[in-house]
Design a binder for this molecule. Structure first.
Ligand code: MN
Length: 259
């Protein structure tokens, strides 16, 4: 089995390497990721200039690693279209530093990269976690590896496209695992205006809308301290069967309880 790992925080992100290290226990891993941070770049694809790619020394030995001077989506398109000759069985994007919830998935480079994998026929996971300066993404990486193992082993999940969010880095602080739907809104972008001499400038400012607390949404799940797994739907695709998703929750719960 082969897993493509990518992200939007860039090739040096701790979350990327924690993820790759865990996934390497269950499959061959190739990393193709942007050479710098590309958060909030969404599904952007570079069409009007050429793309430079560099094979680089991996921070975890034994992982073929490429840094792309481009977006997360570019990285996945290059990986699946050119750099990896073998079949890729799964695309995992993350671990993003900071959660991707509700309508934010539409601007998330983490989710954008997973989408490119999904559109090219691979099951795809986008994994995001909230962790502070002194915390590490290892728990999120272990959970991602559990999910990846289950997706690889379960034919009913072979078209899964899942957005996973962890509100804490501490397993004891987590309150279970739940399948959710996207909150209909999480942020409103407002525009602030400033002045520098004669020049006006503008900032797009993001504010939580507070509208995402409808029960069953990803936002309400993480507010309650739960790991949220949201099956994403594109063009009205079929979501994975509920029983297969329930098994996923059981698997992740097992990781949290250390079983
Ligand atoms: Mn990011």
């Amino acid at each position: 089995m082969r897993i493509l790992v990518t992200n939007d925080d860039g090739i040096l992100s701790g979350g990327l390497w924690a993820l790759a290290k865990e996934l390497k226990r269950i499959a061959s891993v190739t990393i193709v990721a942007p050479d710098r941070e590309q958060s909030a770049i969404g599904t952007a694809v570079t069409l009007r200039q050429s793309l430079k790619v560099q094979k680089v020394t991996p921070l975890v030995p034994g992982i073929e690693t490429y840094a792309v001077e481009g977006t997360p989506s570019d990285s996945v398109i290059l990986a699946l279209g050119k750099l990896i000759n073998d079949r890729v069985d799964l695309v995992v994007s993350g671990i993003n530093r900071g959660m991707n919830l509700g309508e934010d998935v539409h601007i998330s480079g983490t989710v954008g990269a997973a989408l490119q994998g999904y559109l090219r026929g691979c099951p795809a996971l986008a994994v995001s976690a909230h962790y502070g300066e002194d915390e590490r993404p290892e728990l999120a990486a272990r959970i991602a590896a559990r999910l990846a193992g289950r997706v690889l082993a379960e034919p009913r999940l072979n078209r899964a496209f899942l957005n996973v969010n962890l509100p804490h880095a501490d397993p004891a602080a987590l309150n279970g695992v739940t399948i959710t739907k996207l909150a209909s809104e999480t942020h409103v972008n407002t525009v602030e205006e400033g002045r520098y001499g004669w020049h006006k400038f503008y900032w797009l400012v993001r504010q939580r809308s507070g509208n995402g607390l409808e029960p069953g949404t990803d936002v309400s799940a993480v507010e309650q301290g739960c790991v949220s797994i949201t099956p994403l739907s594109i063009n009205g695709n079929r979501k994975p069967p509920a029983r297969a998703l329930d098994r996923l929750c059981t698997e992740v719960s097992r990781e949290l309880t250390g079983a």
